[in-house]
Design a protein around this ligand. Structure first.
Ligand SMILES: C[S@@+](CC[C@H](N)C(=O)[O-])C[C@H]1O[C@@H](n2cnc3c(N)ncnc32)[C@H](O)[C@@H]1O
Length: 371
């Protein structure tokens, strides 16, 4: 007998019929994470078909695969099923969907939250695209109307003025770009060295790696805008991080140092100058020393890998430092910043030598103390 279930939130899935799931063949027909953080999917299953081997190629969940990765759909289903265990016989729920996945409840919840976040972000991006498209349409229409309302001679003048303005804008952009290159080349020799340690890929999900890639892009952009930029390094560079970074348009032209070795090897002769910035350090960083090399952990903290960088630095016997955050961030807010915020903070401090101004500039207002 074929049954069909549709549920808009995993939590409401409390039907005892799931006890039979051990013997059903499931097909995920549709899966999406909606705007209001609700996972929605439809299951069709037959109680007398054999159990699919999840995570293996034998499954024929083609419809789901069109929407998201099959395994991820299964993880989400598993998460939903686990929440239904109150009404169930316990043995049925969460059972074989764990085949080969070995996800704890916490991990499943994390995955679910990641999906919500991605869906919300996709919505924001598409709304933004739509806004820009309609803005473009509006401007084009206004321009056409302007041209239509004047005689031939005036029209030619308007077109010529617009052409000249465009040339001027392009020239300014090219000049800005040339100046930026010059500043970054100078920083290669004289600038403050800031190192991003990329040796944590194995601790991050593909989504975290994409997020870290974006953060590195923001770091590079912020550095490029500085009148006195720093010299950025990527150590432990390679594999998945490299693949993601190469997707950034123009990345090949970045003026940034890439080294596949660890910073320990890359700066073997300057070991005493290495300072690992880590939120778990006991040393507060009140000043920045231009002779030192400041290392940041290339980690996205959604995974809450507490103490990872501190442990690493301690094992390597290198100095550590934490940002002077207590006075500037609300106690209730997270004391751990994303690496682009840390880089912006350091850049601003080097420019102003004032932590307060730097925090105001680099950290979202909701995190700041109201002093
Ligand atoms: C998102 S945090 C990762 C935190 C992670 N739990 C760890 O063990 O480092 C990314 C990096 O930003 C830097 N960072 C973030 N907040 C910091 C703070 N309060 N003090 C010093 N460094 C910080 C550290 O280099 C850190 O590794």
């Amino acid at each position: 007998m074929w049954r069909r279930l549709f549920f808009s939130r995993p939590q409401i899935l409390t039907t005892p019929s799931f006890s039979n799931l051990r013997n059903v063949s499931s097909t995920v027909n549709h899966f999406l994470v909606s705007r209001h953080a609700a996972a929605r999917f439809t299951l069709s299953f037959s109680s007398n078909s054999p159990l699919p081997k999840l995570g293996a190629e034998e499954t024929n969940h083609t419809a789901a695969a069109k929407v998201i990765e099959k395994n991820e759909a299964m993880q989400m289903m598993n998460s939903a099923l686990e929440t239904s265990s109150d009404d169930d016989d316990g043995s049925a729920v969460g059972f074989s969907y764990n085949h080969g996945l070995n996800m704890s409840k916490v991990e499943q919840k994390k995955l679910f939250k990641q999906r919500q976040y991605e869906a919300r972000k996709a919505e924001i991006i598409s709304a933004d695209k739509e806004r820009r498209r309609s803005e473009g349409d509006r401007k084009r229409k206004a321009w056409d109307e302007k041209l239509a309302g004047v005689d031939e001679e005036e029209r030619a003048k308007l077109i010529e003025a617009r052409r000249a303005l465009r040339i001027k804008t392009i020239e300014k952009m090219n000049a800005d770009k040339a100046q930026k290159i010059e500043r970054l080349e100078k920083a290669r020799v004289h600038g403050q060295n800031i190192v991003i340690d990329l040796e944590f890929s194995s601790l991050m999900s593909p989504m975290d790696i994409r997020s870290l890639t974006r953060q590195i892009m923001f770091c590079y952009a912020a550095n490029g805008r500085c009148s006195a930029p720093s010299h950025l390094w990527l150590t432990g560079y390679g594999s998945e991080m490299e693949a993601q970074l190469l997707k950034i348009p123009g990345y090949e032209n970045w003026i940034i140092e890439k080294d596949s070795r660890s910073y320990i090897e890359a700066f073997e002769d300057r070991r005493d100058d290495l300072i690992y910035l880590t939120p778990d350090s006991e040393n507060v960083l009140y000043d920045i020393d231009p002779r030192k090399l400041y290392i940041l952990g290339g980690l996205v903290d959604r995974t809450r890998q507490k103490g990872v960088t501190m442990k690493k630095a301690r094992n390597q016997r290198i100095q550590t430092g934490k940002l002077p955050i207590r006075e500037y961030l609300k106690e209730s807010s997270c004391q751990i910043l994303a690496i682009n915020q840390v880089v912006e903070l350091l850049l601003k401090f080097m420019e102003t030598r004032d932590w307060k101004t730097s925090f105001v500039h680099a950290v979202p207002q909701r995190k700041q103390c109201q002093r």
